[in-house]
Ligand binder design. Structure first.
Ligand code: HCA
Ligand code: CU
Length: 383
């Protein structure tokens, strides 16, 4: 069920602000918020208004933009923070508490009974103000399962809108995520959110496993930016969900905006979009080996699970190298509007392979060869 109904909680303006290079100005935050809203994410999560005076003003400002996306802010499970958050005019509040034995021992030192009391007070208050509220436990995968379920059952009973599980340290793998969400699904009636860090490269798979297990909401950030090496990237989740159900993802999101979203944030935080980035990396739709190129030219689905056209992108067939094949070279000749016989194309291909063994070729080198063959064969024909 959730696979069709999933919602994205886009946290570039909260978790993303915790990325080493992120120093968003207010104008930049507004620009990101508008673009993510146009892309179609269901929620935006903003840094706590308790973090700094500017953070509070930015919450107010973005909450007042009248976006389609619901605006949330992320606060500690504390009445003072909850009051500050409500005053900003946001639609909902994401409350978080550290439940792991590490955090209980080395961070806040609180017992489970106390955590539940605090949670109930804050949740009831936020709900009494007519706002949506989520309760999440930091470091859920290193928390005691009985403690975790006890807390979640208690907050579910008083009508929390969502509970969240967070893989704060990126330690979980997909099967564990699936199991925990499945177990939780049997205990609470409310929605379930997943927030996963990417320390071991599992963030996209974990988010997907959470949805398979019955989660309804997934946290993302643009390019995955966040603490350390970040969380589930927006583009990665989109790619994963598109592979599952292209029509659904096309209907939910304005996919051609993804490249602009990735580029905008990359520029603001002063990084390049990685070459192998999901969908928008510069090699994401580049095909190289002759066998791949031939099949792609016949039918792109042979080697593409994502259709670049849905994202406003085009595929590229890389022809200038030793792995090339004559079908790819023929296609290049056609692009250049050069008519050459298949025999000639095959000869040129052999020549390209020999040359490519000697040095790195450019597309220009291939074009020059094709053009010179073409003018030679045209001369022969007119002679
Ligand atoms: C952090 C907090 C958090 C919160 C996740 C959530 C995490 O450690 O900065 O609210 O679900 O990873 O635990 O981002
Ligand atoms: Cu996090």
């Amino acid at each position: 069920m959730s696979l069709e109904n999933f919602a994205i909680i886009e946290s570039t303006l909260r978790e993303g602000e915790q990325f080493a290079n992120a120093f968003f100005s207010s104008d930049e935050k507004v620009e990101i918020a508008h673009l993510l809203d146009a892309f179609g994410v269901e929620y935006l999560e903003l840094t706590s208004p308790a973090a700094s005076p500017q953070s509070r003003d930015d919450c107010r400002c973005i909450a007042g933009l009248n976006l389609n996306a619901k605006v949330l802010t992320h606060v500690r499970c504390h009445m003072d923070d909850a009051k500050l958050a409500i005053d900003t005019g946001v639609d909902g509040i994401d409350v978080v508490f550290g439940t792991s034995s590490y955090l209980r021992e080395f961070s806040h030192g609180k017992e489970i009974g106390y955590i539940i009391e605090q949670a109930i007070e804050v949740i009831q208050f936020v709900k009494s103000q007519g706002l949506e509220v989520r309760f999440s436990s930091e470091d859920s995968f290193r928390s005691d399962l009985v403690d975790l379920l006890t807390i979640y059952r208690a907050v579910d009973q008083i009508g929390v809108n969502r509970v969240g599980i967070a893989d704060t340290v990126g330690v979980a793998h997909p099967m564990q995520v699936y199991e925990l969400v499945r177990t939780l699904r049997g205990v609470v009636h409310c929605d379930i959110e997943f927030h996963g860090h990417n320390d071991t490269g599992c963030a996209v798979a974990n988010a997907f496993a959470a949805l398979q297990g019955g989660a309804t909401h997934v946290d993302t950030s643009v390019l995955g930016i966040g603490e350390r090496n970040g969380i589930t990237p927006l583009g990665g989740l989109i790619a994963r969900m598109y592979a599952e159900d292209p029509a659904l993802v096309r209907a939910k999101y304005n996919l051609p905006l993804l490249r602009e979203v990735d580029n905008l944030v990359a520029e603001m935080v002063n990084v390049d979009v990685p070459f192998n980035n999901y969908i928008t990396g510069y090699t994401a739709f580049t095909h190289k080996a002759g066998i791949h190129a031939k099949a792609i030219l016949n039918n792109p689905s042979t080697y593409e699970i994502l259709d670049p056209a849905d994202f406003g992108l085009t595929r590229y067939i890389h022809v200038a190298h030793r792995l090339t094949g004559w079908n790819a070279i023929k296609q290049r000749a056609e692009q250049l509007q050069l008519t050459l016989h298949d025999d000639e194309i095959k000869q040129i291909t052999a020549q390209i392979k020999t040359l490519a063994d000697e040095k790195k070729l450019s597309l220009d080198d291939v074009d020059v060869l094709l053009r010179s063959y073409h003018s030679e064969s045209a001369m022969l024909e007119t002679a």
